[in-house]
Design a protein around this ligand. Sequence first.
Ligand SMILES: Cc1cc2nc3c(=O)[nH]c(=O)nc-3n(C[C@H](O)[C@H](O)[C@H](O)COP(=O)(O)OP(=O)(O)OC[C@H]3O[C@@H](n4cnc5c(N)ncnc54)[C@H](O)[C@@H]3O)c2cc1C
Length: 285
Amino acid sequence: VNAESASYLRPSELQSALAALAVAPRLVLAGGTDLYASGTPVPAKLRQRVLDITAIDQLRAIRAEPGEIIVGATATWTQLNRADLPPWFSGLKQAARQIGALQIQNVATIAGNLCNASPAADGIPPLLALSALIELSCVGGSRTVPLDEFVLGARRVACANDELVTAVRIPRRSPRARSVFYKLGARSYLVISIVSLAVTLDFDTQGCICYARIAAGSCAARGQRLLTLEGRLLGLGRAAARALPIVDESVFEVAPIDDIRATAAYRREVLLTLIERALREVCSG
Ligand SMILES: Cc1cc2nc3c(=O)[nH]c(=O)nc-3n(C[C@H](O)[C@H](O)[C@H](O)COP(=O)(O)OP(=O)(O)OC[C@H]3O[C@@H](n4cnc5c(N)ncnc54)[C@H](O)[C@@H]3O)c2cc1C
């Protein structure tokens, strides 16, 4: 296949995909659930050059390494939900089960959710709470970027034209770590989040919090961590963390927005409630 001229490429090897991107920019197609549905106009030049990455088996695998869990870019939400993963993946799995409905989860991919970078993307808060690293590859090699540096804003990511996201790398936590994800929408299922929240806490052998990540979604242009609250949790035991008064300052850091789905005041109220609920659940032992 002439990588320069073919309008639709569906290679089975990663190197062929990267070689095609090195020749000219292409519209990367994974599950297509954002691309086909978004209505965002795609420049004609890109529309004429599609790179479908769904036949590249090596991009689909989820595997455990000694220091990290590596989720391939085209792993679907169904695949992730069914994978045998440690308990601190439960927040990400809860998000996987709430992305669209089963038909969407069967084809929609983890990297598609991140690269589309919707402010309401449900994959972003749980992955921020797991300190996920994004692996980007081009013909010249690979680099990794923390997720909070990868997502630059609404629909803007740090991925060059000749790069593909090839994996999401999640550093291992101790077996004591736990996570949760909550999503509030206008109804309970098949809905865009008004507010979402993900919490991951890890505990040392004495039962004190040694790692705290709290991330909110749908409140601003991109998912955001609540750094002040994370700092206040470090060193606390489970009972103290459960009883921690969640003051507004932790939530103002996110500065929730007013939009068509909810007011800023409503979002603040919901965030406070979700944080309290999440801390109770993660610290319940
Ligand atoms: C009915 C419906 C309901 C939905 N509900 C939800 C929901 O509840 N929560 C939610 O968060 N989302 C929801 N979505 C959005 C969507 O399903 C997810 O964001 C999904 O994970 C996108 O993955 P995809 O593989 O389909 O991406 P695609 O549509 O294939 O791609 C999305 C974007 O990412 C780029 N891209 C994809 N893969 C790569 C890669 N490896 N490297 C570089 N760029 C890449 C594409 O070029 C495109 O710009 C819904 C969509 C629909 C249609």
